[in-house]
Write a protein that binds this ligand. Structure first.
Ligand SMILES: C[S@@+](CC[C@H](N)C(=O)[O-])C[C@H]1O[C@@H](n2cnc3c(N)ncnc32)[C@H](O)[C@@H]1O
Length: 135
């Protein structure tokens, strides 16, 4: 984030936040507009507890299935995914459709479809599949 000179007030969405540790690090670094979603209520509860313990109050958390977004979640400058697309891609139940839906959701929540951080391998995988299946 620092390397890419991303402003600290950029809106950031952490997709599949798990225990929220990445959100905690972002908040400690100074990011002020961060949201974490996870489809697991217990993950959101756990991340809420950790965030509270850390004394951080300005992190938004929501139970959301990224493949079936229920609320108006949009306009984010940055989306981060550490491990969620991997989990979705490894699901034997219709992974291709789920990856397509993931790309659709990503284009819906991002302000512009260009700031998405994932690990390099997974990003390459996503875009290869994106071009194969959607383009
Ligand atoms: C491998 S864990 C990574 C957690 C966290 N990002 C980290 O790095 O520690 C994947 C997370 O994605 C969540 N997840 C999987 N599919 C999801 C979906 N469709 N929508 C939202 N969260 C999802 C899981 O509940 C889990 O917390």
């Amino acid at each position: 984030m620092q390397k890419h000179k991303i402003p600290l007030d950029a809106s950031v969405l952490d997709i599949g936040t798990g225990n929220g540790v990445f959100l905690v690090e972002l908040a400690k670094f100074g990011f002020s507009n961060i949201t974490g979603i996870d489809y697991s209520p217990s993950a959101i509860q756990l991340s809420g507890n950790i965030i509270e313990k850390e004394g951080l109050s300005n992190i938004k958390l929501k139970v959301e299935d990224f493949l079936n977004l229920s609320t108006k979640l949009s306009g984010f400058h940055i989306c981060i995914d550490k491990g969620t697309l991997d989990a979705i891609s490894l699901n034997p139940d219709n992974a291709v459709e789920k990856r397509k839906q993931y790309v659709k959701s990503l284009s819906r929540v991002l302000k512009t479809f260009n700031h998405f951080m994932n690990n390099v391998l997974q990003l390459t995988y996503l875009f290869l599949n994106f071009y194969d299946t959607v383009m």
